[in-house]
Design a protein around this ligand. Structure first.
Ligand code: PDD
Length: 277
């Protein structure tokens, strides 16, 4: 299995990361997760565009042109014979003497991309999963897909510790997003999701779902909603590259939509299926 390392195809055991890599020491870098369906990258342009945007937001330059990066990733998928899986790619500011401010002399960023087999979570999508409410204690630039994920990890762990699939985070009364997904509710046939501000990551799957709604006459409200509105919603689901459209059927000890995936959620799953197959 090959890994892309600073633009070159390598074996995993040929790669070394310096102990003073700023990604390793500070989480000073960004990443993306791209889904591969049937050997093809799904929404690669959107993911790569977001990568460049994240880089710009932390004053980093991506050391490849867009099309060059895309073709290298395509090559990686082919080389590894990946059919159903993901590409993980990350870019750090590079290696320099440990100091908090950016290196005074320009340094080479560290780029890594590798693939992993990953099956669609079909069973979970059919039955729905449970979630735990967790206070959102993250910083105020959640729009950047940064390697600094401690807040997200602590949230996910709180959910995992009680057998939950995802943590649904809220800042005070307002529901923001999952630890690694966006959150949606349905009330009286209308969809609600947090607007794409600095408080959430504007998910690519989120954007696909909003497009599906627009094309099918389902009313979308990119508006904040409260924890109470979440708990009293007709349907709840989360969305991400790996979870697709994932019904939430229990939050803490409360059943949502009678403990079964809701009808509109299932309709959105069907539309999403058509996009990827
Ligand atoms: N997570 N919000 C957060 C905080 C996320 O980490 C993710 C993705 C999303 C959904 O984004 P997208 O639809 O573009 O995958 C929302 C990825 C999959 C991860 O960290 O593994």
């Amino acid at each position: 299995e090959k890994v892309l390392f600073n633009g070159e195809m390598k074996n995993r055991d040929q790669i070394t990361i310096d102990i003073e890599d700023r990604g390793y020491q500070f989480g000073d870098g960004i990443y993306e997760v791209i889904r591969i369906y049937n050997g093809n990258m799904f929404t690669a342009n959107e993911h790569l565009t977001r990568l460049y945007e994240s880089a710009e937001k932390i004053q980093m330059a991506v050391p490849f042109e867009f099309e060059e990066l895309k073709s290298k990733l395509t090559e990686l998928v082919k080389e590894n014979g990946l059919i159903d899986g993901i590409i993980y790619l990350q870019l750090t500011r590079g290696t320099s003497l440990r100091q908090h401010h950016f290196p005074s002399e320009p340094v080479e960023p560290t780029f890594v991309a590798y693939t992993r087999d990953f099956a669609r979570p079909l069973n979970k999508m059919e039955k729905g999963v449970s979630a735990k409410l967790v206070e959102d204690i993250r910083w105020l630039r959640c729009d950047i897909k940064s390697l600094n994920l401690l807040g997200n990890l602590l949230a996910k762990q709180e959910a995992a510790a009680v057998g939950g699939f995802e943590a649904i985070q809220h800042r005070g009364e307002t529901v923001t997003e999952g630890s690694s997904s966006n959150v949606f509710i349905i009330k009286e046939g209308e969809l609600f999701t947090h607007p794409a501000t600095n408080l959430i990551l504007n998910g690519i799957t989120r954007r696909c779902i909003l497009d599906i709604c627009h094309q099918n006459g389902i009313k979308v409200n990119e508006k904040e909603f409260t924890v109470n509105e979440l708990m009293e919603a007709d349907e709840v689901f989360i969305a991400s590259t790996t979870s697709e459209v994932m019904p939430i059927v229990k939050i803490d000890e409360v059943e949502i939509s009678n403990g079964k995936p809701g009808e509109l959620t299932k309709t959105l799953q069907q539309h999403f299926n058509q996009l990827i197959t």
